[in-house]
Design a protein around this ligand. Structure first.
Ligand SMILES: C[S@@+](CC[C@H](N)C(=O)[O-])C[C@H]1O[C@@H](n2cnc3c(N)ncnc32)[C@H](O)[C@@H]1O
Length: 303
């Protein structure tokens, strides 16, 4: 290995591109077709410079070596698109809050099973998971307004009224976005889609940033999970995996949907991004569509 300093940037040959594309696909499922090759090449070149490696092939050898594991993680982090926002795609969130959660509260209360588990898969910097935490908290409060508890709650009232337990898992393949989510502090710009009612109830102003209040933060647990692997979090009532599958090819999307089917409880719900769809990919989910919001519910196969 040698530094190339001011020397011309190394050329990426067709064969090297194929090797690196295949390695990235095998590691995380991301597929770089012709439209995204330029992006891949740009990010690879940045990592090559950072590592002071003078050819793409040498860089590939580093990635597949034992000592290249950290560098592989860094490369994957550099290839992800982390765009996200609070309350992203309101129609879908309305469907979640007004239909899916109502359904879950009713069914679970009838079974005296008072726990709800939601997974934000590909959570980026955490805005989706905290949005879901705010929506569930409000939905439960509204549920109790209509179905009062037989006893008074202790003061200060807990965010989630007992006997309910709500767990939200937020996972990603990038450690840097997970750290940001875990920290739970957002700039004015990132808060643009959070109206003042939510800001007042769920955030503290700390310097220039808005910090998620402790009680809401405790509902969300951040963890590393690569959606390419087989061992993914089980027993979820709802999975949100929005704007992640669009970077996978059809074969990988199919595999992921199969895994999500197994990661969901009976009759569980799956939300995918606005530009993503399960149509033509699986028959194991049925589509729910209300007021421009779409979700998918697990179809139970009788044997
Ligand atoms: C565009 S963001 C979507 C964030 C959020 N779900 C939303 O819709 O606002 C896509 C996220 O998926 C993550 N991602 C990509 N491939 C992944 C994989 N194989 N396993 C886990 N996360 C992955 C990226 O790191 C990124 O943070």
């Amino acid at each position: 290995m040698s530094s190339f300093g001011a020397a011309p940037a190394p050329i990426l040959t067709e064969a090297e591109l194929k090797l690196l594309q295949a390695l990235v696909y095998q590691e995380c499922g991301m597929h770089f077709d012709e439209r995204r090759t330029h992006f891949l090449q740009d990010r690879l070149l940045r990592r090559l410079k950072e590592c002071r490696v003078d050819s793409f092939y040498a860089y590939y050898r580093l990635l597949i070596s034992q000592q290249g594991k950290d560098e592989l993680a860094k490369l994957l982090e550099n290839l992800t698109v982390n765009e996200t926002s609070f309350f992203r795609h309101k129609a879908q969130l309305d469907l979640f809050q007004k239909f899916v959660l109502e359904e879950l509260f009713k069914q679970k209360s009838a079974r005296r099973e008072y726990s709800i588990r939601i997974w934000s898969a590909g959570c980026s910097t955490g805005q989706e998971a905290y949005t879901l935490a705010m929506l569930v908290t409000d939905a439960l409060a509204y549920y109790y307004l209509r179905n009062p508890l037989p006893m008074e709650l202790p003061l200060p009232k807990p965010l989630i009224p007992p006997p309910w337990r709500v767990e939200i898992l937020a996972s990603d393949i990038s450690y840097s976005v997970l750290r940001h989510g875990q920290e739970g502090a957002y700039s004015e710009h990132q808060m643009a889609t959070v109206d003042y009612g939510y800001r007042l109830r769920y955030f503290d102003k700390v310097g220039e940033r808005y910090a998620v209040k402790k009680a809401l933060k405790e509902m969300v647990h951040f963890d590393f999970h690569n959606l390419k692997t087989e061992y993914l979090p089980q027993r979820n009532d709802v999975i949100f995996c929005r704007n992640v599958m669009m970077y996978f090819d059809e074969a990988e999307q199919k595999r992921l949907i199969e895994k999500f089917y197994r990661c969901l409880n009976t009759n569980g719900f799956l939300f995918v991004g606005h530009a993503e769809s399960l149509l033509g990919i699986t028959k194991k989910f049925q589509m729910l569509h209300k007021d421009s919001g779409t979700a998918y519910q697990r179809v139970e196969v009788r044997d």
